[in-house]
Design a protein around this ligand. Structure first.
Ligand SMILES: *[C@@H]1O[C@H](CO)[C@@H](O)[C@H](O)[C@H]1NC(C)=O
Ligand SMILES: *[C@@H]1O[C@H](CO)[C@@H](O)[C@H](O)[C@H]1NC(C)=O
Ligand SMILES: CC(=O)N[C@H]1CO[C@H](CO)[C@@H](O)[C@@H]1O
Ligand SMILES: [Ca+2]
Length: 451
């Protein structure tokens, strides 16, 4: 039982991690965490600049969400117990490299080997990882290999400082043309790295290796803009990272997204995200979820390690588009209890409701950090159930109808509805007899076949 207790010593699996141990604090338990070790964890997604400024001025609002608001690595460290107290055992933080002006989100790299001074020093970053590990929490760092900052300011970008390190500037006009998607510039502005060039490829591998081992050691990487780089690049890149990798392929097409699981461990569950929005925001039939479960199984190598979510930094928050708290809780319960690695966006626990980026990147310090809020307690309860059943990774549909979705996860029985507050649904108690024999599962397969 590798997750048995905080004091459990995890296996040291790579030479690099071993090297790290000899150089730094011998007492830290480190590992190049694998997919198997991430499976069963739940991630809390932090936008570093918006989480906690750590300087005591915790009530200062942020005047302009397009500029730096003041969050730091030390701020996250100071609030780790707030996250851990909700039951999360992993965090995902923003890219840590030095950015061009106003790159508060981290996706506009200027120096791939320097720490973003707005967030703190390499030392404060290492301290954050160390403190997380002491709480048996994993840390996933966001990394970008597709592009540097914008508008082709090559000479001031390190180490990619010549125009031959980049693709020629062009707009993505035809999203069905994969070569354009890979070699033209995202938004027409982000300097697109020439990932066809062997030196650029090798250097990007050295960079991710450097951060994972030196600044962390991080337990995983989250990879940005995956579909904008040729697929075969990622095998070498994730190999160099040497840890669990979860990538962003922004698409609702399970066939398209699933193909990328050939070159990395995991992807954000974007196809299911769209269905969760349809079902819990628009009240479409629960069959949309059930069908997506099976579609995903046909298109992904391993659906159990996909990062499931209903909100992130790139989309309006759930409560912005649908303010019914009951629907939100049902959506969150699906993310937390169904197959996959739950990924909950910071601020969910305080019922944040921001709209399009950057409206959805509100500072958390204005919330007052209540651990008594309805949703903080709700997420904590779900994490308690999830952790108790950590190894029971089998999920089975029991009963699906337009308004009800029930499934089992190990010994837990979960019933969700999409009717919203104050509405009633058809009776489903007592628990259907099919709970034991999986008849519901077979019925949902048949229903799918008929469509
Ligand atoms: C916020 O900052 C952005 C980026 O500098 C700027 O374009 C915008 O005008 C600012 N908004 C306000 C309200 O000052
Ligand atoms: C470009 O970067 C390389 C290191 O990758 C460095 O040796 C060289 O001096 C840089 N050139 C300029 C013009 O900054
Ligand atoms: C309890 C349980 O069902 N565990 C299963 C989790 O998944 C692995 C393979 O993915 C199975 O081998 C376990 O039996
Ligand atoms: Ca590209």
């Amino acid at each position: 039982m590798i997750f048995a207790s905080k004091s459990t010593t995890r296996t040291i699996c790579t030479a690099a991690a071993l090297w790290f141990l000899t150089v730094l604090d011998q007492s830290i338990t480190v590992s190049a965490a694998t997919a198997a070790e991430w499976k069963g964890r739940a991630i809390y997604q932090v936008v570093t600049d918006r989480f906690y400024n750590g300087d005591g001025k915790s009530s200062a609002p942020c005047d302009n969400l397009s500029l730096y608001c003041g969050g730091t690595f030390d701020g996250i460290t100071q609030k780790l117990d707030y996250i851990h107290g909700m039951g999360f055992d992993a965090i995902w933080i923003s890219p840590v490299v030095k950015n061009m002006d106003n790159g508060y989100h981290g996706y506009w790299a200027q120096d791939f080997y320097s720490t973003n001074p707005n967030f703190g020093t390499l030392e404060s970053l290492s301290n954050l990882v160390k403190e997380a590990h002491q709480r048996d929490m994993f840390v996933m760092v966001d990394v970008v290999a597709n592009h540097a900052g914008f508008n082709g300011d090559f000479s001031s970008t390190a180490p990619f400082n010549t125009s031959s390190d980049y693709h020629s500037r062009c707009d993505i006009n035809n999203w069905n043309d994969q070569t354009q998607v890979e070699q033209c510039w995202v938004t027409g502005q982000l300097s697109d790295l020439n990932t066809e060039d062997p030196w650029v490829q090798a250097e990007l591998g050295r960079i991710v290796r450097w951060w994972v081992t030196k600044a962390g050691p991080f337990d995983g990487v989250r990879i940005d803009t995956v579909k904008h780089v040729r697929k075969d690049f990622w095998t070498g890149f994730t190999g160099a990272a040497g840890v669990f990798a979860m990538g962003e392929v922004f698409s609702n097409d399970a066939g398209y997204v699933g193909d990328y699981q050939k070159v990395m461990d995991s992807l954000h569950s974007y196809p299911m995200y769209y269905q969760l929005r349809n079902v819990f925001q628009q009240k479409q039939s629960m069959w949309s979820i059930s069908n997506q479960v099976w579609t995903d199984k046909q298109n992904f190598k391993d659906t159990t390690v996909l990062g499931s979510f209903v909100e992130n930094h790139d989309n309006p928050r759930f409560l912005h588009d649908q303010s019914d708290m009951s629907l939100y809780k049902n959506a969150l319960a699906y993310v937390m209890m169904a197959e996959g690695i739950p990924t909950i966006y910071y601020g969910a626990e305080q019922a944040y409701a921001g709209g399009q980026d950057p409206g959805n990147r509100e500072p958390l310090w204005t919330s007052g950090w209540s651990t008594d809020s309805d949703l903080y307690k709700f997420l904590k309860t779900l994490n308690t159930v999830r952790t108790k059943d950590r190894f029971a990774n089998n999920t089975m549909n029991i009963h699906v109808s337009d308004n009800i979705y029930t499934f089992t996860r190990g010994n837990a029985f979960i019933a969700l509805s999409n009717v919203g507050s104050g509405q009633s649904v058809e009776a489903i108690s007592p628990v259907p007899s099919s709970f034991k024999n999986g008849a519901g599962e077979e019925a949902s397969r048949q229903r799918l076949r008929q469509q």
